[in-house]
Write a protein that binds this ligand. Structure first.
Ligand code: 5RP
Length: 262
């Protein structure tokens, strides 16, 4: 199975596997959404099964909840957990300050609520997610379906006075119909190319009545675990100002891939 993984999948896997080392017995852990976070959930499931790890997991989407239950993680709601020790999630982009764009998988609202209710947030990503300036990835914004076109027009008008390079907002589709989030909302993807002042943009977007939340995660992430296709991982800790290098042995992981293949 290892041989069938693309370099990007290997990078995602090693980042997830290294981040799983941060999870300790008794922790309440926020479980992110997306393909990288899915590797993390599988790694944790393996640790629960083989090492008797005892954790309670709070998923950030119905997709992640299903996978977590499937691999044997004890799933609870955020309100049951009340507060989390750690959240581990993927990202669409991260910059040098560990600010993020998230929501490519449409789960940004639960992801932001869960990450914000955690002592620590660790992002797991392949090196392709690193950017100097956020904004090449379209910024997801969750909006209320009622009057969404009015909200879209307001967003586009507001973008005129923002430090961005592109100014169009498109409704995310799922085939012929709008993509619907777990909360029953729509997603507008903002094609900005470059976001000069993400902090200002995040605040302005969230002041619009039809906007529920935006995909800019500012000052939320503490550590990024960056994975490479050859098994190298890099841990960047924004609070400590440290960078650690590590390497994962793929041979050890062969069973994991085989056991947990989709
Ligand atoms: C979902 C997200 C994901 O974390 C993000 O889209 C990255 O996904 P992937 O790990 O599949 O590249 O924000 O809403």
């Amino acid at each position: 199975m290892t041989g069938e993984l693309s370099p990007i999948d290997k990078a995602k896997f090693v980042a997830a596997k290294r981040a799983a080392d941060f999870v300790e017995d008794g922790m309440r852990v926020g479980l992110g959404t997306g393909s990288t976070a899915a590797w993390l959930v599988r790694c944790l499931g393996e640790m629960v099964r083989d090492e008797g790890l005892k954790i309670r997991g709070v998923p950030t989407s119905t997709r992640t909840a299903e996978l977590a239950r499937e691999v044997g993680i004890n799933v609870i709601s955020l309100d049951e957990a009340k507060w989390l020790d750690l959240t581990i999630d993927g990202a669409d982009e991260f910059d040098g300050d560990l600010n993020l764009i998230k929501g490519g998988g449409g789960a940004l609202l639960q992801e932001k609520i869960v990450a914000t209710a955690s002592d620590q947030m660790i992002v797991i990503a392949d090196i392709g997610k690193e950017v100097e300036t956020l904004g090449a990835f379209p910024l997801p914004v969750e909006v209320i379906p009622f009057g969404w076109q009015t909200t879209q027009a307001l967003v586009e008008e507001t973008l005129i006075s923002m430090d961005v390079l592109g100014r169009t907002a498109t409704l995310r589709m799922n085939g012929q119909t709008p993509f619907i989030t777990d909360e029953g909302n729509y997603i507008l993807d903002l094609h900005l190319n470059r976001i000069g002042n993400p902090r200002q943009l995040a605040m302005v977007l969230n002041q619009m009545p039809g906007v529920v939340e935006n995909g800019l995660f500012m000052d939320i992430c503490d550590i990024v675990v960056v994975g490479y296709g050859d098994g190298r991982v890099e841990l960047r800790d924004i609070n400590q100002g440290t960078i650690e290098h590590d390497r994962l042995d793929f041979l050890e992981s062969d069973n994991l891939f085989t056991d947990l293949a989709d």
